[in-house]
Design a protein. Structure first.
Length: 637
């Protein structure tokens, strides 16, 4: 009788482990559907790895280390190579997930599902996960996205200030809150891997990614990034520290291809490099960051994506980084090899664990397989890479809940009042008062204020790049607001309505005004497109209409408050005598009401410049002490 009971129990156990499509247990049908190549050296039967145990990697009571070891021992070379590659939506398909076993899929800037709703995102992710669950071992995939200042690809999400403004605010408590808020909005769309924060220590404002840097001071960068990442991880999101390392220190004129500075060469001694550009990474590794993205840039002539000394010897061995390194978008294309396969080998051998190959993901997977078979990539390096990737996936709980049905979120919709309030507070703290002659600020009851300029009523301008699209959009080019939020003008009008202030926007009535508010700035841009040789408000990255608005306001001969809405400290020295008050707003995001509350005196100015402000572009990089404003400058009422 006991034997019959034992047989029955064993049969029931087998049935429970077999599961069904979409469960967390590998199935015979899934194995057949995968059509995956097999290697004789790895037990291709997931139910038996030769040690007598079954499905150990699916047992959540085991340690992550033991689960990774068990799963790795069952994987073929082909399955391992698939985990090391990331494709992009719109090109990679659910069928690709099944056939190739891709470890990840990402959205490029602006790549969204039809409708761009929470439901559309969840359906998109579930579709890919269904493909992953049809593979032999049912390893969940991980979705990556650039939620760099909020979940800004998604309409209605809160768009927070860009990093440079957050550096001016320099508030670690609010940075934690922001990380948590962004995490909660990301969870709504089931996108759990964030390509953020950028921890570049920007030294040259001509760089098109300057606004992605918190500061030129590595201690500020380190503290704010640590707080943000903790907010993300405590709320279930895997953040990414990028771009390792030195991307903010590249020398003007060394940019890759036709770029002026982006993806260029950082030329320093190792001591300088460590003190400035590696310092944030050491702190973040100690704080437990799970993913680091390798930089496009070079250090003293060697591309970081193929720099074994810094990726492996320093980051992994010396610093003790246990997570995985992902390459940047098609970064292998810029490496030193004379073929795609050689470049893949260079990156993997240097220490890159996952390759972001949006379009050549299948080729990259095959290049890894060929590299091992031909001896140009060791199986030990592959095993290390896959172990790191699997560790992150296990730690995130993806094996227990691949479809994220049990995700708990604080909110059930995007753009909550709570998160907008966090963003507004960051806007208020990010504003830097540079000049206030005659105490023209704060605005006072009974005033008539003429408000003008191309940056005053445009959320797209306030948000900058990496918002809805890679390069960003203006409301003008979008024929309407690019996302939900409040413009600076709308914020001023709200405050005026309850403070006996009249806002005038008709230039024909400008002569009636007691004070003029002029809002000027830069067009939205990202990366190399934003590289600038002159940092001029009337140059290639200046907003159309800046020149005319500056001239018109000057002709009014009235007290003028100028708001600079830009991703970096542009050249304003020649205008300073024309303006009675100057406020650096950086890129405040979707909550323009935060600008109005400070101008109206409801909140004081507390922001400090996170980087030095040069008088002229010819001064950049010279070590001059004759600055327009020093780092740390900022007035208050």
């Amino acid at each position: 009788m006991r034997r019959i009971i034992s047989i029955c129990l064993a049969f029931i156990l087998v049935l429970s482990l077999a599961g069904c499509s979409g469960s967390a247990s590998p199935t015979k049908d899934a194995t057949a559907a995968a059509g995956t190549e097999t290697s004789a050296n790895d037990g291709s039967n997931p139910a038996d790895n030769g040690s007598g145990d079954s499905y150990a990697y699916l047992d959540p009571s085991l340690s992550t280390k033991d689960r990774v070891s068990d799963l790795l021992g069952r994987m073929t070379l082909e399955e391992k190579a698939g985990q090391m590659v990331q494709g992009v939506i719109g090109t990679a398909t659910a069928l690709d997930m099944t056939k190739l076993g891709l470890g990840s899929v990402l959205s490029g800037g602006g790549a969204v599902p039809d409708g761009n709703t929470i439901e559309a995102w969840q359906d998109l992710v579930a579709n890919y996960q269904e493909g992953a669950m049809k593979t032999r071992l049912q390893i969940p995939f991980l979705y990556g996205i650039d939620a760099v200042h909020g979940h800004s690809n998604v309409y209605g999400a809160v768009v927070f200030p860009q990093n440079i403004g957050l550096g001016a605010a320099n508030d670690t408590v609010l940075m934690y809150d922001m990380g948590a808020a962004v995490a909660e909005e990301m969870k709504l769309t089931h996108t759990l891997w964030n390509f953020s924060p950028c921890v570049a220590v920007a030294q040259d404002p001509r760089w098109g990614r300057t606004y992605e840097s918190y500061s030129s001071d590595p201690s500020i960068v380190s503290a704010l990034a640590e707080a943000y990442i903790k907010g993300q991880s405590d709320h279930g999101i895997s953040a990414t520290a990028k771009h390792y390392a030195g991307d903010g220190g590249t020398v003007f004129g060394t940019g890759e291809g036709s770029n002026l500075i982006d993806r260029g060469d950082t030329q320093l001694t190792e001591e300088q490099f460590r003190a400035i550009h590696l310092a944030p990474y050491k702190l973040l590794v100690d704080a437990g960051v799970k993913v680091i993205m390798a930089s496009f840039s070079s250090f003293n002539g060697t591309k970081m994506t193929e720099n074994k000394y810094y990726l492996t010897d320093v980051l992994k061995n010396e610093f003790g980084f246990k997570g995985f390194i992902v390459s940047d978008w098609e970064a292998t294309a810029g490496l030193s090899g004379d073929s795609f396969g050689q470049n893949v080998a260079n990156a993997v051998n240097a220490g890159a664990d996952m390759l972001m190959e949006p379009y050549k993901y299948a080729d990259a997977r095959m290049a890894i397989i060929d590299g091992v078979n031909e001896g140009t990539i060791s199986i030990e390096r592959v095993n290390d890479a896959v172990s790191r990737i699997l560790t992150v996936k296990f730690d995130m709980g993806l094996f227990e809940d691949p479809y994220m049905k049990n995700l708990k979120t604080e909110v059930d919709t995007l753009g909550s009042a709570k998160y907008r309030d966090i963003s507004k507070k960051l806007v208020e703290k990010s504003l830097v008062l540079l000049k206030n002659e005659g105490s023209v600020l704060p605005l006072t009851s009974g005033q008539k204020i003429f408000v003008t300029g191309p940056a005053v009523n445009d959320i797209g301008v306030q948000c900058g790049g990496w918002t809805k699209t890679w390069q960003g959009l203006t409301d003008v080019s979008n024929s309407g607001k690019i996302t939900q939020g409040t413009t600076i003008l709308e914020g001023l009008q709200s405050y005026a309505a309850v403070n006996n202030i009249e806002i005038i926007t008709d230039s024909n009535r400008a002569s009636e005004a007691d004070v003029v508010i002029l809002a000027i700035g830069e067009i939205p841009y990202a990366e190399f497109v934003g590289d600038s040789a002159d940092l001029s408000l009337t140059g290639a990255t200046g907003l159309p209409g800046n020149k005319e608005a500056i001239s018109m306001v000057y002709s009014l001969n009235k007290p003028t408050v100028t708001l600079v809405v830009a991703g970096r400290q542009v050249m304003i020295n020649s205008y300073m005598d024309q303006w009675d008050a100057v406020v650096m707003c950086y890129l405040p995001g979707s909550e323009g009401g935060g600008v109005a509350s400070v101008l109206a005196g409801e909140t004081d100015f507390t922001g400090k410049l996170p980087m030095p402000w040069y008088r002229d572009v010819s001064d950049i990089g010279t070590g001059t002490k004759d600055l327009l404003f020093e780092k740390g400058f900022g007035l208050s009422y």
